[in-house]
Every structure is written in C-alpha cells, then in structure tokens.
Design a protein around this ligand. Structure first.
Ligand SMILES: [Ca+2]
Length: 463
C-alpha cells in the first residue's frame, strides 16, 4: 500500500543513561569532577540519574511514499485471487467469442433467408399480377359471352315469333280445309258473303301443348285471318306450335328427348322461369337418354382449376370437357326434381356408375350448397359425404377445413375436409399418379384417391 505522507516530525529522543557512579556517586562533586566536562548538555544532573535530550531537527518529507502495510503472505493470496479472477474473465471471454461466432453464422443464415424471401415475394407478386390479369380477361370474356347470349336470345325469340306466325297460317289453312270438308255434312248456310259460325273440335295431335282440347272458332271466309290472329294473341298457347327440329330452347334434355330428338348432341336450353339461355350436351343413348350433361372429363384438354365466377358461369367445350355452370345448374334443378348420374371409366375400360335419386343446388347466396338424395349404383358412394356442403373454389373458401381444399385438390367442388370425390381435379394420364396432394380426378370408392380416372361425366334428368 502506498501512501503519500508529508510529515513534519520533531523527534525527541531522550536517552536516559544510568551511568554507574565513579567512586561511589556521580553527582557528588559537581563542578569539582573533571568528568563533568564530558557532558556538554546536561539537562538534569540532579537526582543521581543523567538524561540526554537529542533534538532532531524538523524534517519535511515530500513526494510519494510507498507503504506496504500488508504482509508478504497477504500479497500471495491476493495474487491468487487476482489470477482466479483473470482466469474466470478469460473463460467468459472465450465463451462470448464462441457465442459471437454462432451469432455471426445465424446472421448470415438470416440474411440468406431474407434474400430468398424477397425473391419469393417478388415471384408471388408476379404470379398474382398474372392471375389478376387472367381473371380480368376472363371477366371480359364472360361479359362478351353474356352479350352474345342476349343477342341469341333475341334472335331465338324472333325466330319463335316467325315460326308461330308460320304455324298459325298453316293451322288456319288446315282449319279452313276441315271446314270446307265439313261444309257438306254440317249445317251451314251462306248468308251474303259470310259463313255462319261453326264449332270445330281440334284434335290433341294438332293441339299439342294447349290447355284445352276444344277450340271454338267463329270465322267467316272474309274475317278468318283477323279473327284467328286476334284469338292467337289472347291465347297464344291455343295455337299449335310444333317446333321445328333443333330450334329449341327446351327446358332440359328430357324435354328434348320427348320432343323426338333422339340424337346425342348440343342443344339450346332455357329452364322455366330462368332469364338465361344455355347450351348443353344431351346424352340420348345411354341409360334411356334424356340426360343433361353437367360435367365431363375425357382427355385433360381443359383446365378445371378455376375461379368462382368461372365455376358459376361454366367453361370448357360442349363436345369435349366442360362444366355447365353452377348458376345454370341452379335454374335447371329448380324447375323439377332431378336425379344425378355419375358415370366413371378407368384406364382398363371398366365402367361403373353412381346414381342419386335427387339432386339440386341452393342459390348463390348459399354458395350453391349441394342437396343430394339416396345413392344406388356400382361405383360406390363417394358423394354423400359432400351432401349439404357449399361449393368452394380457389378464391372462395367455403369448406369445413381450416385451409382451402381447392388449393390442395386443384379444382372446385362441394369440399368438406376435403374430398371423397374430386371429379374437377387434375386429369392425370394412366391411372395411378404421383403428386404432393390428392388432386387427381378421383372417386375414392372406385380405385381410391390416388387413381385418376380416364372418363367421367355427371348428368341430370328429371325424375
Ligand atoms: Ca376452409
């Protein structure tokens, strides 16, 4: 320990010397003893004791004064403690250095991940923009399609009117002929230029589709056309209008069949109380015919991974793969009770079917929820699990799963959690397919979820 001390010391050193008396007494002959001369300062010569007082001049100490106040053993122990402390701190330092290295590696990893994330983000943004662009294009196409549909509707109405007029004329000519034939047998008289009123019975064959079999017509030769025309305006349904083949529109394909069209093909339909026309493939040869095809897969030529709007309006090619459209399905199945037939074919040519004795959809406000009846058939039941489920697409998730089933199944369906059947999935060639998800065209009860079927069609028909 070092201390700076400035000390002013006055050191008094008093020495008391007990000098044995020479010759018996020391102080006995003061002044007489030559020995007295030896002591230049004698403070006290009395009392037999001599004492000397040395006066050390006062010294002033300046500067650093190092004082080691501890013993050597204390120093050793302190050094040991310091060494231990040093060792501990060195260990800590090593540890910190290790952590720093680790954190450095982590920082590098984080930087790499951030970079990757940035590039992924830009890729996603790019894809999103692409998708958006596609959706907008499709929207434009849908608008154009609607415009064309309206044009078609107007043209069809006009054609119907023309046909009506044509049929009226034919009908009138026929009536005229009948009247003339009956003129000879029925009582009739010619008054001036006019024929008397006559009652004619129009046969059901002629009057197909009318409310009454009897049509009372009063005519005269001269006013016949006007009268008939005015009557036709009041009761347009009275005039027989056998539509020419392929004109349409029909209520559905059963109606087409009943109208005598027995060839499978594309027909124009307009469901009752629906303000829209649609085209559909009518299957008239399989399973007694009369089936309106609402979905078909056969060669993978059409992408079924679509948006809500597209599933709503329909897409694809009527003579190939297509989806009729949820809105069309809604209007079709609203007009009567329909049954559903699902026809399936595997890659070995084996054909099976599943039929449900009722099938209809709720309106769009309820996400075209599926209402399905009882199953029967040879394929196994892979659709009842989806009964009462809303329709889900990539952009409208209405399924019971926490994620979006359409994202995993790559289609649109009445997904649950997620699917026992996925007929709008990805069409894979050859049956068993390899994919990260179960996204093939499958019917679980027929070959399971990892077998993509070759041909699939969904058809409806009134019961
Ligand atoms: Ca969901």
């Amino acid at each position: 320990m070092e201390k700076k001390l400035s000390l002013g010391l006055t050191l008094f050193l008093t020495l008391c010397l007990d000098i044995p008396e020479a010759g018996g007494r020391k102080d006995g002959a003061s002044g007489d003893n030559p020995g007295d001369k030896h002591s230049p300062r004698s403070s006290d010569t009395k009392g037999g004791r001599c004492s000397y007082t040395f006066i050390v001049p006062q010294q002033k100490l300046t500067g650093a004064l190092c004082l080691n106040t501890q013993s050597a053993t204390t120093n050793h122990s302190e050094v040991a403690v310091l060494r231990a402390e040093l060792k501990r701190q060195q260990e800590q330092l090593e540890k910190l250095r290790g952590q720093l290295d680790q954190e450095g590696a982590l920082a590098l990893e984080i930087r790499a991940l951030r970079k990757e994330s940035n590039s992924m983000n830009s890729r996603i943004a790019q894809l999103y923009a692409q998708l958006l662009n596609e959706v907008l294009q499709k929207k434009d196409q849908a608008l154009e399609q609607r415009r064309v549909e309206n044009l078609l509707l107007n043209a069809t109405t006009q054609v119907s009117r023309e046909l009506q007029s044509f049929s009226q004329n034919q009908f009138i000519a026929r009536l005229e002929k009948q009247c003339q034939c009956r003129d000879s047998t029925h009582q009739s008289s010619l008054v001036g230029n006019k024929l008397q009123c006559e009652c004619l019975k129009i046969t059901p064959e002629i009057q197909e589709g009318t409310e009454n079999d009897l049509l009372l017509l009063c005519w005269s030769g001269q006013v016949m056309n006007e009268q008939a025309k005015s009557q036709s305006n009041v009761h347009p349904n009275y005039i027989a209008l056998p539509l020419t083949p392929n004109s349409g529109p029909w209520r559905d394909c059963q109606h087409v069949l009943e109208s005598g069209e027995t060839i499978s093909g594309i027909y124009l339909l307009r469901p009752q109380s629906a303000n829209r026309l649609m085209q559909a493939w009518c299957e008239q040869s399989r399973a007694q015919g009369g089936w309106t095809v609402i979905q078909r897969r056969l060669d993978g030529s059409v992408n079924f991974f679509r948006t809500w709007e597209q599933y709503k309006q329909g897409f694809g090619n009527l003579d190939g793969e297509y989806w009729l459209g949820l809105e069309h399905l809604y209007w079709l199945t609203k007009q009567a009770q329909y049954k559903l037939r699902v026809a399936l074919e595997d890659w070995q040519g084996r054909q099976v079917f599943a039929e449900y004795d009722s099938f209809r959809l709720e309106p769009e406000t309820d996400w075209y929820r599926l209402r399905l009846g009882q199953y029967q058939g040879t394929a196994g039941d892979s659709l009842s699990w989806h009964n009462n489920k809303a329709f889900t697409t990539l952009d409208r998730d209405k399924d019971s799963y926490t994620g979006n089933c359409a994202h995993f199944q790559k289609g649109g369906w009445w997904y649950h959690m997620c699917a026992h059947s996925n007929l709008n999935g990805v069409w894979y060639r050859g049956g068993h397919y390899r994919s990260r998800y179960q996204d093939g065209v499958y019917w679980a009860e027929f070959h399971g979820g990892s077998y993509s079927l070759k041909r699939v069609s969904m058809m409806i028909k009134p019961t």
